[in-house]
Write a protein that binds this ligand. Structure first.
Ligand code: XMP
Length: 514
């Protein structure tokens, strides 16, 4: 690795990506690897530091995820978090047992000594605990550096060997001074310089893309989402109109979205690229007519997208490179990086590479987390409303209309969603809620409007707070905001006479409706 890097060794805990993100927020590049990664590979990477994550096991049990003793003898600083802390003790000759008192939630931790991890951290500080085992005996040469009322070893250190163990989770924001602790580790223990910054990333990427592409032709499927937009602009800055972007309007976009994307990337926009907009609405509606089953709908939309894209690609002829907006969580979640379960493979736009004649794939955002992609977007001067756009699924409104999709229903949900988004923004809630949208339930019910009986659709409003989109809580929206949205939707959107608010968290619900 030529880049200064800290590596996170993943033992299957739920906050592992968060650890890497926090380290990167300290301007230090960080990658996640499975605990099964060979020691020789880790040595080759020559990281500045290693962080062992939490995990669901008990480290003393047969078959539990583990690491070799040699990992701690490489002379590379190691920080163990939660399970990682216990494992460090266990492997180095300490003892870990079931704790008499299980700790969960915000807990006061008292720092006992001048451990470098706690430099500029309050002596008593609130931290996030989540463990049922505890370190009952330190490994030789370690000393305690913090405790809680119920946990004698909340942190331990062996500074001579640059080994540190923390029982709580500094990566979680509930640990009030957690980022300071991680920053202390990467700067004061690992001696990092902090060279991971998005402005230099942009410069280096542009250079690398130019080198790689030469005078080749590049094709990009542009959805208007954050990732593909940032990828397209990065490419266009690097190679100008050697890039062609194909934007398929499948008739399942949010209100005005097609025109907005065209305004930015099309001929009137400020970028030097070839932009092709394909208005394929009718094709999609025809294919979707009469189809109610969610998985079939997803499949049809995905396949039709590929057909349309393929036809456009054929018109362009042979291209040298195909751009994909893969980002780092995709890499980790598809099992190539860390240890976390493969949960979201269906979310990656699969299948594209097979249908186009090209030499190689370019994935300019492969190393970035979402918040870093957004920073790159701003760095590149992409409008904020595109950069901070909330996630929008590939199958679009197709999975926000329960049951059969048709043009009329698309209009209803587009209009209702537009009003909802407008009111959420007006109320200043748009940056607090991670995803919010209107969906069309397939339910019709009786109502009364202006003395007349109605028999119209019900719209459902959804809003969630989430960190990783794998779990989510429904967001608390002030009653008056919901009422304004309801009134406006019923007054302004023809065909709707009832509005529901969805309280379901994930699990058991999913964020989308289908
Ligand atoms: P679910 O509904 O699975 O959604 O709880 C989690 C997150 O993923 C988005 N999502 C998708 N994104 N293609 C995508 O690109 C898809 O097929 C897809 N399905 C869901 C969803 O909007 C949420 O942010």
């Amino acid at each position: 690795m030529s880049r200064e890097t800290v590596i996170v060794i993943d033992f299957g805990g739920q906050y592992n990506q968060l650890v890497a993100r926090r380290v990167r927020e300290c301007n230090v590049y960080c990658e996640i690897y499975s605990y099964k990664t060979e020691l020789s590979r880790i040595k080759e990477m020559n990281p500045k530091g290693i962080i062992l994550t939490g995990g669901p096991n008990s480290c003393y049990e047969e078959g539990a995820a583990t690491c070799s003793k040699e990992l701690f003898e490489l002379g590379i600083p190691v920080l163990g978090l939660c399970y990682g802390a216990q494992l460090m003790m266990h492997v180095l000759g300490g003892k870990v047992e079931k704790a008499p008192v299980r700790e969960y939630g915000k807990t006061e931790v008292e720092v006992e000594n001048d451990c470098v991890l706690f430099e500029n951290v309050s002596k008593k500080t609130i931290c996030w605990m989540s463990h049922f085992d505890y370190i009952s005996k330190l490994a030789p040469e370690f000393r305690v550096s913090a405790h809680t009322a119920d946990c004698p070893v909340a942190a331990a250190e062996c500074p001579e060997k640059k080994l540190y163990a923390i029982q709580f989770h500094p990566e979680v924001l509930h640990t009030v001074e957690g980022t300071k602790m991680l920053s202390n580790f990467v700067y004061n223990v690992c001696g990092c310089a902090g060279d991971w910054k998005m402005d230099s990333f942009v410069k280096q990427s542009i250079e690398a893309i130019r080198q790689k592409v030469g005078d080749g032709k590049v094709l990009c499927a542009l959805s208007g989402g954050v990732d593909s937009s940032v990828a397209a602009v990065l490419l266009s800055k690097a190679i100008g109109n050697q890039l062609t972007c194909v934007f398929v309007d499948q008739g399942l976009l949010r209100k005005n979205e097609g025109d907005e994307v065209e305004a930015v990337f099309g001929p009137e926009g400020e970028y030097d690229l070839n932009f092709i907009r394909v208005n394929a609405q009718e094709r999609f509606y025809e294919k979707l007519a009469g189809v109610e089953e969610p998985e079939r709908k997803r499949k049809i939309i995905g396949e039709e997208f590929i057909r349309v894209f393929e036809e456009e690609a054929k018109k362009i002829g042979k291209v040298d490179f195909l751009v994909q907006g893969t980002i780092y969580p995709d890499v980790v979640e598809s099992g190539l990086g860390g240890e976390s379960a493969v949960i979201k493979s269906h979310h990656n736009v699969g299948g594209l590479p097979d249908c186009v004649d090209f030499k190689e794939i370019i994935e300019p955002l492969r190393d970035l987390f979402k918040d870093e992609v957004r920073k790159v977007g701003l760095e590149l001067g992409i409008p904020e409303y595109l950069v901070f756009r909330q996630p929008f699924p590939g199958p679009g409104l197709g999975i926000r209309i329960i049951g059969e999709v048709n043009a009329e229903k698309v209009h209803i949900v587009q209009d209702a969603d537009f009003i909802y988004r407008e009111e959420i923004a007006k109320a200043g809630l748009d940056r607090d809620i991670n995803q919010y949208f209107a969906a069309l339930t397939n339910m019709r019910s009786v109502g009364v409007m202006g003395d007349e009986r109605t028999y119209d659709y019900a719209v459902a409003l959804r809003a969630v707070k989430t960190i990783d989109f794998m779990t989510a809580e429904s967001a608390e929206i002030p009653w008056n905001v919901l009422q304004t949205v309801m009134t406006r939707i019923i007054n302004e959107v023809k065909g709707v006479n009832r509005v529901f608010y969805d309280l379901t968290s994930k699990p058991p619900g999913t964020i989308e409706f289908e």
